[in-house]
Design a protein around this ligand. Sequence first.
Ligand code: NAP
Ligand code: MG
Length: 494
Amino acid sequence: MPKTTSKTNPARELVFGDLWEYDPAPETADPKLKQRYDLFINGAFVAPKKGSYFATINPANETKIADIALADAADVNSACIAAQKAFVSVWGKMPGKERGKYLYRIARLLQDHAREFAIAETLDGGKAIKESRDFDIPMAAAHFFYHAGWADKLEHLAPGRKVAPHGVVGQVIPWNFPLLMLAWKIAPALAAGNCVVLKPAETTSITALKFGEICQEAGLPNGVVNIVSGAAETGAAVISHPLTTKVAFTGSTEVGKSIMRSLAGTDKKMTLELGGKAANIVFDDAPLDQAVEGIVNGIFFNQGHVCCAGSRLLVQESVADEVLAKLKRRIAVLRVGDPMDKNTDLGAINSREQLAKITDLAKSGVTEGAEKYDTGCKLPAKGFFFRPTIFTNVSMSHRIAREEIFGPVLSILTFRTPEEALEKANNTPYGLSAGVWTDKGSRILKMSAQLKAGVVWANTYNKFDPTSPFGGFKESGFGREGGKQGLLDYLSVV
Ligand code: NAP
Ligand code: MG
């Protein structure tokens, strides 16, 4: 039989029985979007005082979805005052058992509206619908369920001591997991008895503002949750506002550092969840097929827009060729394209700016001497897309081995001994996560203890659970989200 290649992916050689392509399987339900989203302050949707709006687009086709309110310092002030009033008059003194009921109701409502939220998330942010549907939205609900259970048990967090909420918490989140990052922030804050003012990322505000509708439907007292959409200045206004006694930021290390500088000398509590450049380490005794699945999940999940992505593969030299061959075969069948298609593995890159950043770093890999391989798959004519890409012959000094790319680009390095793997893995300013693939339990324990990373996965990757604390070392930030540790960051222990 003559050799044929796939129409959508020329790098993929078709074999017998494979001479067909999937039909499109688009998700078509109604995401119930509005054409214009106002700010959610004191339980109501209100226009920004200056009347400014900005457009949010669908990064898969560059069309405008809606106008989003741009909050300035005066709007942020109104939100903080509403939050303070709600804290003093209702939420701060409500018994935990009652607060838990609201959280539980929010979790159930997110489940009820799950399909609508998944579609809205995919339209606004570009991620594949199967990931919004099966990961982002169910996990967001899970965080509210988990924290609902804690609301009346806070005294068990610090036995023999008393715990108290901070008051008004200012929160700023990024665009990679919009609703999920909101849930990571709002669920523990509310369970602990705080009220919040949250700023979503500029490119992905829709699900945060739809969450305002959920708060209304849940009958949450006015002012407990306030959502102020906007730009960097809006985030800065939330963080510096005198009423926010604690700030929680998730985003880039660069902005995290500037926030730390701006708050130096104040007595605000602070948690920062920042960037990462994780090592995913494969030893020669690892189950290699399973490891390849973990490598693919580690770097291509959510187009690589993942702070804990396994973006540096460290593979033991004796199995490097075998792993690379398996990896190439595996990525040849990844489907890149319309995020709304249920068969799509990699959707759109979140923004033009992010695509430019990924493209620039991938170019630097080539000019600095690494060897680039991508699947050559056909990309949609419109929108922001990037092929799954791997680099071999990478050395530790290359930018692609040191800088966070935040896209579907894997840098592959090799090692000979566990000591060398450890040395290379820890040789980074970041310390958010790591992966270890090996048959030996003792090696897993030894490596996990010596890797300077907040989360270490063993023989798996990118697994999350609300009960498990997540957070960084070094320039990946401080503070934890999830589990008991995450809750304690929203309380003062007296
Ligand atoms: P970013 O530029 O730092 O932005 C994060 C958020 O901060 C956005 O809402 C942004 O608003 C806002 N912001 C920007 N400048 C600000 C300032 N000076 N003061 C206050 N707020 C400001 O990061 P990003 O590019 O959106 O997100 C990607 C980064 O987040 C990556 O480095 C990734 O590793 C990190 N991340 C970390 C975790 C974690 O848990 N450790 C999780 C997810 C992502 P605009 O949207 O308007 O710019
Ligand atoms: Mg958008």
